[in-house]
Design a binder for this molecule. Sequence first.
Ligand SMILES: NC(=O)C1=CN([C@@H]2O[C@H](COP(=O)(O)OP(=O)(O)OC[C@H]3O[C@@H](n4cnc5c(N)ncnc54)[C@H](OP(=O)(O)O)[C@@H]3O)[C@@H](O)[C@H]2O)[C@@H](O)CC1
Ligand SMILES: Nc1ncnc2c1ncn2[C@@H]1O[C@H](COP(=O)(O)OP(=O)(O)O)[C@@H](O)[C@H]1O
Ligand SMILES: [K+]
Length: 489
Amino acid sequence: MIGLYTAAEIRAAEEPLLAAGPEGALMQRAATGLATVCLRMLGSAYGRRITLLVGAGNNGGDALVAGAHLAARGARVTAVLLDPGRAHPAGLRALRRAGGRVLDPTAEDNGLDRADLVLDGIVGIGGSGGLRPRAAALAEQAARGPGLLVAVDVPSGVDADTGAVHGTAFEAGTTVTFGAVKPGLVVGEGKGFANEVRLVDIGLDLPPARTHQLTDADVALRLPFPLPGDDKYSQGVVGVAAGSSVYPGAAVLCTGAALRTRPGLVRYAGTAADGVRAAWPEAIVTDGRPADAGRVQAWVVGPGMGTDDAAERVLTEVLASDLPVLVDADALTLAARRPGLVRDRSAPTVLTPHDREFARFGNEVGSDRLGAARGLAADLGAVLLLKGEATVVADPSGTAYVNGTGTPWLATAGTGDVLSGIVGSLLATGMDAAEAAAVGAHVHGRTGQLAAARGPLVAGDLLRRLPDAIRRIQQAAGFVPIGLGDSAP
Ligand SMILES: NC(=O)C1=CN([C@@H]2O[C@H](COP(=O)(O)OP(=O)(O)OC[C@H]3O[C@@H](n4cnc5c(N)ncnc54)[C@H](OP(=O)(O)O)[C@@H]3O)[C@@H](O)[C@H]2O)[C@@H](O)CC1
Ligand SMILES: Nc1ncnc2c1ncn2[C@@H]1O[C@H](COP(=O)(O)OP(=O)(O)O)[C@@H](O)[C@H]1O
Ligand SMILES: [K+]
């Protein structure tokens, strides 16, 4: 798992290393890693034009020291100092010694219109609030220029902890971050400013992370294989209470996703029974109530179900069980009216709102998506999966995940129903609820990427690509499914 660490957590880990000295050692490590990434991007340094945007803190120091390394290899380096009297003294000396040029921010010709590469060292984890006008103007000018845009540690203007951007921020193509990845680089608006994130190890001794991003290998480890002794029941049976006679689509998508993720047994209960039967002969279908469906190990409730009294009775019945329940779509609208139904449960509940559904519980998501998800998870005592470009999962204790897979092509009707089916089927295996949500979001995103590789996708395409996505995740992690033997493709 990739640990995501806040600015305060990074500073706490830096402290003992800074105290142990020697002075400047951490910055040297950071700047050497930064210069190496820049060199790789440029191919060679000789004759290349590099502009450094340098604030008055250590972030500017990193840029100056990296700039000195690049100047020593023949690059033509110009540093624009935002606050000339306060620029990092050792960094400035190093750059000057290596032949770099130094300008103040009002200089007419700062080279941004012809730079091959721009290093943004305006502000890092020490920043607060929106970029000040002079810094914002330079970030905007850099974005208009031809250079590769590299952010030092954090794109200036992005809140390292939340990804919030107030006003202008540096539009990095690559962000070279030190010690650990910060949440703001992978979530919220910040994700779109950080783009490709490269991590430079500076030797921090970090405590266990509170926030994680799963890799394919993490997901492969958690996806259970059917074992020789398994039967269709032992893998966990999923119940789906979704859809309606008028709108059977959500039920068909959700049931299909549950079947395709973990094909043991899926039971469906609801008024879309005819549609589900026709689409999925593998499912066991009743047009009765959830209690008529037979035994299951987890329920998915809500997609396309409507919000009338009958739907509310179904939700109440499912939430009254002592099984894990995933609550989505219409069931979220109902649960927001009666949050006590969720709060009073002792079995795990996973809520999967998008932003508008989230707001029905009382607060807008706002610019701190992790904070918002954590807050509602703690309030309801449930796992919160907040959908979006980077889906966030939080459990009531504060452990959180930021999803790293997916594509904007997923912004199409019905893909959320597929996500519910995937996560529901993982819940039925007995997986920890937050992990099931995070693993499901990862699988869903990879499936979207696979489907989108063939062109515009519709939700049904995800069902067709799900088995392949799971196989690829397992193969990428070097896993060979047990029991396939020589017949494995
Ligand atoms: N500790 C270490 O040895 C190591 C630290 N490392 C590096 O240090 C970075 C942290 O350095 P830091 O703590 O000096 O803060 P930093 O990010 O440079 O910001 C302070 C500057 O920003 C300015 N500023 C603030 N807000 C602003 C805004 N909205 N708009 C514009 N300006 C704003 C603020 O201005 P002031 O308020 O002082 O006028 C001040 O000038 C970290 O991200 C990493 O890169 C690595 O080298 C590893 C070793
Ligand atoms: N811009 C985006 N980038 C990546 N994924 C997105 C984006 N917009 C939506 N998604 C994903 O698409 C899915 C949409 O779910 P949802 O809004 O519930 O759709 P529906 O209710 O139609 O099924 C979610 O998994 C969400 O994370
Ligand atoms: K920066």
